[in-house]
Design a protein around this ligand. Structure first.
Ligand code: UT7
Length: 326
């Protein structure tokens, strides 16, 4: 049976930056509050005419180049975003057309910030079954376009980015050693972006009144996140018959430094094994883990054979974790 090998990684972030100083000109906040409560120092912001699929296509092309492939080698595209250009066509289809992946089937998967790991788990099933050989996973979000810049509790958190990996069928790697994904729909309304359904109460929660912006119950999401990331990490380690000592690096979803820190306290792990970049990007939803992988690969901080623990939580509420032999 084939295993899933990461054969290419790519990323893209827009040039423009809103640092904490700039945020103080938009809402009543300061660098000290944002840094202490979140760990974020700056976030990248897409241009007014730059959308999710534009960023997604750039990250995808970088991943294909990194793999030494052409777009025609891709046989499936799984894309994830919570800020789609359109409901239809999917982000995956727009990117398929843009990059010329003429042999690829294309569809979107939405597990919010947990999507990258969920995509990996789905891709792994297709690799194991032999149905597809080279699957392009893209996570991209133009979250600053869905940010309520009148709400100081959320607007300091989000940034824009895209990350992509190619998962290829292989016989010479450990692949996805263990994984799990889960959901708790009783917490569905803890993080919301509204679509067609008329919901006066939800709309009124938005300080700006703009339906399409992100609203969340920060405190309760934090509590869920700490437990979900720590417990799912423990479970995938147990499934794999490994301990934290066997893990080369943990890459958690980068929403808030305090969430990661509290989860790490429960996991009792050496903090040098944790990769964080949220200081530079803020919360970029499901893009953050593939962007982290691209940075780590570029820095030479991950090598073939390393066991990586990925763990995330997100709207839905959802969570996902896996151990991947790089
Ligand atoms: O990936 C998507 C999942 N979402 C998340 O990961 C978000 C999870 N939640 C969080 O990260 C945190 O809950 C926040 C960063 C959103 C907020 O931090 P908190 O420690 O939970 O703060 P809080 O909401 O309890 O607010 C504490 C105080 C309040 O003032 P009072 O009522 O104590 O006077 C807020 O009004 O901080 C105030 N506050 C701010 N002050 C300065 C809220 N936002 C700001 C701000 N600047 N930007």
């Amino acid at each position: 049976m084939f295993k899933s090998k990461i054969s290419g990684i790519g990323m893209y972030v827009p040039e423009k930056i809103y640092d904490n100083e700039y945020m103080t000109t938009i809402v009543d906040t300061d660098d000290e509050w944002i840094t202490r409560r979140t760990g974020i120092k700056q976030r990248h912001v897409s241009a007014p005419d730059e959308y999710t699929t534009d960023m997604a296509a750039k990250a995808a092309e970088n991943a294909i180049r990194n793999a030494g492939m052409t777009a025609a080698d891709i046989d499936l595209i799984l894309a994830s975003t919570v800020t789609p250009d359109y409901y239809t066509p999917s982000c995956a289809c727009v990117v398929q057309g843009a990059i010329g992946a003429v042999n690829a089937a294309a569809l979107d998967v939405n597990a919010a910030c947990s999507s990258f790991i969920s995509d990996l788990i789905i891709a792994d099933q297709f690799i194991k079954s032999g149905m597809y050989k080279n699957i392009l996973i893209i996570c991209a979000d133009a979250l600053t376009k869905a940010t309520d810049y009148k709400d100081r509790a959320t607007c300091v958190l989000f940034g824009d980015a895209a990350g992509a990996v190619i998962v290829s069928a292989s016989n010479d790697c450990g692949g996805l050693i263990a994984s799990e994904m889960g959901a708790d729909g009783t917490g569905a309304m803890s993080i919301t972006q509204l679509a067609y359904r008329e919901d006066k109460e939800e709309t009124e929660k938005r300080v700006s009144g703009r339906k399409e912006t992100v609203w969340m119950a920060g405190q309760s999401v934090m509590k869920f996140a700490v437990k979900a990331m720590a417990d799912s990490s423990d479970r995938v380690l147990q499934k794999a018959g490994l301990t934290y000592d066997d893990i080369a690096l943990i890459i958690p979803h980068q929403a808030n430094y305090r969430i990661v820190d509290s989860a790490l306290n429960r996991m009792e792990i050496d903090r040098n094994k944790v990769f964080l970049h949220l200081e530079n990007y803020g919360n970029t939803s499901s893009s953050c883990i593939p962007v982290a992988l691209a940075e780590l690969s570029e820095l030479g901080r991950i090598k073939r054979g390393d066991k990586l623990l990925l763990t995330a939580f997100g709207g839905g509420l959802t969570w996902a974790a896996c151990i991947l032999e790089y």
